[in-house]
Design a protein around this ligand. Sequence first.
Ligand SMILES: *[C@@H]1O[C@H](CO)[C@@H](O)[C@H](O)[C@H]1NC(C)=O
Ligand SMILES: *[C@@H]1O[C@H](CO)[C@@H](O)[C@H](O)[C@H]1NC(C)=O
Ligand SMILES: *[C@@H]1O[C@H](CO)[C@@H](O)[C@H](O)[C@H]1NC(C)=O
Ligand SMILES: [Zn+2]
Length: 386
Amino acid sequence: MTGRSPIIRGLIKLLALTTVVYCLPPQRSHLTEAQLSTLFDSYPPFPALDPNYYSTAKADGNLSAQSASDKIDESNDQVVALLTPLLIPRAPGSHNATIVRDFITGHFNGLSNWTAVIDGFTTSVPEYGGVKGALDFTNLIFRLTPPGSDDVPSRYLTLVAHYDSKLSPVGFIGATDSAVPCAIMMYLAESLTPHILKRWESDLGAIADDTGIQIIFMDGEEALVEWSDQDSLYGARHLAELWESEKKVSQFGRLSTLHDIDLFVLLDLLGAASPAVPCFFEITSWACRDLAETERRIRNAGLAKTNQQKPFIRADNVMTNVFIDDDHRPFLRRGIPVMHVIPIPFPKVWHTLNDDGAHLSSEAVHDWAVFITGWVAGYLGLGDFL
Ligand SMILES: *[C@@H]1O[C@H](CO)[C@@H](O)[C@H](O)[C@H]1NC(C)=O
Ligand SMILES: *[C@@H]1O[C@H](CO)[C@@H](O)[C@H](O)[C@H]1NC(C)=O
Ligand SMILES: *[C@@H]1O[C@H](CO)[C@@H](O)[C@H](O)[C@H]1NC(C)=O
Ligand SMILES: [Zn+2]
């Protein structure tokens, strides 16, 4: 800031914030069916998210050589596979977990203007296998922040899924739990980045109060031995506590990094056929209804691959009497608004060796990718920037 008096500075800020309202189309809106078609024409989710598609990784995303070198689909290798490289056992602290993290990080390094935060920590765990008492975990956080927001608190639509897989049964892959949600978040980031930047570059200076996007790949969601408050949610418990401790002072009165979260959207157990996902929280039912509306428009526009009587998102009633313990708990109990996107009942393959690529519904994977990406595009106000 220059040497202007606080009153003038305040006025300039007020003008800047007022300008936001008039210059940029609103966030938290819906894309029209035509806009949704344009979005998915330019970058369709398949083949990248097809459970049967293998390809060489980008130069900086050095992974699939390890997992899929024998199954490269030469016909289409300009598209990098996003899902199949994740379909390997990837327990916390394992070599495979490092490989998966390198792949995810390489993907975001290849996208313009994203910044990465690595939250690595060591914490005590129950004894199992060769592990005695302590294990390393790593959460990955990627952010796309409105330019010029240094002086204004950042707000982020925050998408979250865990990338670790369960230790047992041996060989467990966790395709729905949560390789598919992770791959969808990678797809969404890649397909929306140019449009987000276009929105911001259309009116530099007036967007400081815009909502950015933050994507979290959480480690250690699964229990190592047996689910309990101590043996589960290792990454989420650590990150929520860390962000709560990062105090910030601002004229808007935000308290800590935790409060940069506009909405915490947790994706879990997606990719099996015929899911039914309810809304769980009254306070975020607006977001759940918006997601259901995006699904309705996408189906109307003929952009969905599944064709079923009932929608994936059942926004007609809010299931406030059901709580599913998951990575949102440490954030929820600190007052952060959450939308939990998880089906009830769970997929039949849940926590079995059958939760693998072969048992996914590739149509359902595709449709979750377009529903979630289309909804995020509306949330970030991208309709006019496609
Ligand atoms: C890619 O992976 C291979 C095998 O794991 C490794 O030898 C090589 O150094 C890696 N390359 C890069 C650029 O990281
Ligand atoms: C690591 O992933 C490979 C597949 O790429 C798998 O064969 C291997 O069993 C995994 N390692 C562990 C310890 O799970
Ligand atoms: C993206 O990054 C480039 C290069 O650092 C920068 O010039 C541009 O202003 C950034 N765009 C936005 C919208 O932040
Ligand atoms: Zn699980």
